[in-house]
Design a protein around this ligand. Structure first.
Ligand SMILES: Cc1cc2nc3c(=O)[nH]c(=O)nc-3n(C[C@H](O)[C@H](O)[C@H](O)COP(=O)(O)OP(=O)(O)OC[C@H]3O[C@@H](n4cnc5c(N)ncnc54)[C@H](O)[C@@H]3O)c2cc1C
Length: 471
C-alpha cells in the first residue's frame, strides 16, 4: 500500500514545496514578521524569559519551588503544577488560569492498563457478576463501564465550559478494552484481516463474530467497540478525541479500532485522531498507510505526532524475546523520522486543510521551530484549525507560552483527578519523559531570569519613588 502511495504523494509534496516558496514570501511580509530567519527578532529561540510575562510574581516563585520539590521523587505528589485538580471547581480554576495565558487544555483521564494489570482479565470473565440498574455486568466489564462513565464526563467537560474553540481530549483504548485482548488481536493481525466495515457494524451493536477469538473474547470486543462508539457519538461535532499510542505489542489493535472509529465519525472533519510514534522504525510507513487508508475509505485524518514514550521497555522486551529492536538506533534517527513525518503532514494539510490535521506533540524546540518555519512557508494558519502544538502540563512552559504569544494554538495535556488516581499516571510520565525533565533545567533558568528582572524592576521603581515621597 505504501509503495503505491509514495511516488504520486512525493511528487505532489515536491510541487507543493515550489508553490509554497513564493506564497511564503508574501505571507511573511503580510504578517510583518519573519519567524524563519535566525537573524530576525521574531525568530523563535525560546530564550526569552519574558515568555512568562503573563504569570504573576507568585506563580513564578511557585514554579521554581515546585521544580525544587520535584527533585525529591517522594514529593512529586505535591506537584499541582502537573495536575489540574480533583473537583470540577478546582479543574475549572486551573483551566481559567490556562486560558488567561493563551493556552488550551487537553484533558486526560489518568486511566491506563498494561498486560496483567486488569483485575478481571478477559479470560477470567465468567467468575464475577454484578447487577446495576437491572443490567448484568461481568465484573471486568463493570470496571470498563466505569471507565467509560469517566471518559464521557471528560468529553462533556471538554466542550461544555468553553475553554477552547476546538476542544481536545486524550483517550487510552486500554481503559475500555482489556490490554490482553489488544495484545491477542495484535498477534492475530499478523495473519488475519479484520474488515473495517465489520468493526463499524459491531460498534453499531450488531452481534458480529470475529475470526479466531473465543466466545468471551468476542463478547468483550463487542462491548469494547460499543463503548468506543459511545465516546464517538458524544464527541462528534464537539470534541477532538486523540487516541494515545501505547506499546508495540498492542498498537496494531489500537490502530485498528481507532481507524474504525475514524471511518464512522470522521466523514466531515477529524473528530477521532490517532497517534504516531516516530521513535519506531516503521513510523513513516505507518503514517503513509494511514494516509492511504483515509483516501481509500474517504475519511478525514487527525494525527498526533510524538516521538514515543516507551523506549526503554520496548528495547528490553525486544532483547528478551530475541526480536529486532523496533526503535530507531539513535535519538538523531528519531529526530529525522519526526521531522520527516511532520513534513509529510504539513504538506498534505497545505493542500487539504479540512481533511488532514495535526498536533505537533513535542517539547523539542528544534521540531517546534521546524514546524513553525514550514507553516510560514506553506502559508498555514496557526489558529489551530488544522495545525496545533501540544506539551504536557507543567513541562516546557517557555515553549508553550512563546508559541501562544506568537499566535499559535497550543494545548497542554492535563491529567485530572485525585492524588491516588493521578500519581501512578504521573510517575509513569516522569519515568518516560526523563529527557524532557532534563529540559526543565532551561525552563528553570528562564524562570529565575524573569524573577530577577522583575525584582530589579521593583527595586528601581522603589528608588525612583523614594525622593518624590520625601518632597
Ligand atoms: C501532548 C502529548 C501527547 C503525548 N502522547 C503520547 C502517546 O500517545 N504515546 C506516546 O508514546 N507518547 C506520547 N507522548 C510522549 C512523547 O512520545 C515523548 O515521550 C515526549 O514528548 C518526549 O519527546 P519530545 O519530542 O517532547 O522530546 P525530546 O527530548 O526531543 O525527545 C525525547 C524522545 O526521543 C526519543 N529518544 C530519546 N533517546 C533516543 C535514542 N537513543 N534512540 C531513539 N530515540 C530516542 C524518545 O522517544 C524520547 O522520549 C505525548 C507527549 C505530548 C506532549
Amino acid at each position: 500500500m505504501c509503495a503505491l502511495l509514495r511516488p504520486p504523494a512525493l511528487s505532489r509534496f515536491v510541487s507543493v514545496r515550489f508553490k509554497s516558496a513564493a506564497a511564503s514570501q508574501s505571507l511573511a511580509t503580510k504578517r510583518g514578521r519573519d519567524l524563519r530567519n535566525p537573524s530576525s527578532p521574531d525568530f523563535l529561540t525560546f530564550e526569552d524569559p519574558q515568555a512568562f510575562k503573563a504569570k504573576s510574581f507568585w506563580e513564578l516563585v511557585r514554579a521554581l519551588g515546585v521544580f525544587r520539590l520535584c527533585s525529591f521523587p517522594a514529593l512529586v505528589n505535591h506537584c499541582g503544577k502537573f495536575v489540574a485538580g480533583e473537583t470540577e471547581g478546582e479543574i475549572a480554576e486551573s483551566m481559567q488560569k490556562m486560558s488567561s495565558l493563551g493556552l488550551h487544555p487537553m484533558l486526560a483521564v489518568p486511566i491506563e492498563e498494561d498486560l496483567g494489570e486488569s483485575t478481571g482479565a478477559v479470560n477470567n470473565v465468567s467468575i464475577d457478576f454484578a447487577f446495576d440498574h437491572g443490567t448484568l455486568y461481568i465484573y471486568s466489564e463493570r470496571r470498563y463501564e466505569d471507565n467509560l462513565t469517566a471518559m464521557l464526563a471528560c468529553v462533556h467537560m471538554s466542550h461544555s465550559k468553553g475553554w477552547s474553540k476546538n476542544p481536545m481530549m486524550q483517550l487510552k483504548i486500554t481503559a475500555l478494552v482489556s490490554p490482553e485482548l489488544c495484545a491477542k488481536l495484535t498477534s492475530l493481525l499478523k495473519t488475519e484481516q479484520y474488515d473495517l466495515n465489520l468493526l463499524v457494524r459491531a460498534m453499531d451493536g450488531e452481534e458480529v463474530v470475529f475470526p479466531a477469538l473465543n466466545a468471551s473474547e468476542n463478547t468483550h470486543l463487542l462491548l469494547g467497540l460499543q463503548r468506543l462508539n459511545k465516546i464517538g457519538e458524544a464527541s462528534v461535532g464537539k470534541v477532538r478525541v486523540l487516541v494515545d499510542a501505547e506499546y508495540t505489542y498492542m498498537n496494531p489493535a489500537l490502530s485498528l479500532v481507532t481507524t474504525a472509529m475514524m471511518k464512522k465519525f470522521n466523514q466531515r472533519s477529524a473528530w477521532i485522531w490517532n497517534t504516531y510514534q516516530c521513535y519506531l522504525k516503521e513510523s513513516r510507513n505507518l503514517l503513509l498507510e494511514a494516509i492511504q487508508t483515509s483516501v481509500d475509505q474517504s475519511f478525514c485524518l487527525g494525527v498526533k505526532l510524538v516521538r514515543g514514550a516507551y523506549m526503554d521497555k520496548e528495547r528490553k522486551l525486544a532483547e528478551k524475546e530475541g526480536r529486532t529492536d523496533p526503535i530507531h538506533e539513535s535519538w538523531e534517527r528519531t529526530n529525522d523520522s519526526y521531522n520527516g513525518c511532520l513534513g509529510i503532514m504539513l504538506n498534505l494539510i497545505s493542500e487539504k486543510p479540512d481533511r488532514y490535521m495535526i498536533i505537533v506533540a513535542t517539547h523539542n524546540e528544534e521540531s517546534v521551530r521546524r514546524a513553525v518555519t514550514r507553516m510560514e512557508e506553506l502559508g498555514l494558519h496557526g489558529d489551530g484549525s488544522s495545525v496545533c502544538f501540544g506539551q504536557l502540563l507543567g513541562m516546557c512552559d517557555h515553549v508553550s507560552l512563546t508559541l501562544a504569544q506568537h499566535g499559535f494554538s497550543v494545548y497542554k495535556s492535563v491529567p485530572y483527578g485525585s492524588v491516588d488516581d493521578t500519581l501512578p499516571y504521573l510517575v509513569r510520565r516522569a519515568q518516560e519523559n526523563r529527557t524532557v525533565l532534563q529540559g526543565i533545567r532551561k525552563e528553570r533558568d528562564l524562570l529565575r531570569r524573569e524573577l530577577r528582572r522583575r525584582l530589579k524592576e521593583k527595586i528601581a521603581g522603589a528608588r525612583q519613588e523614594k525622593p518624590q515621597k520625601s518632597v
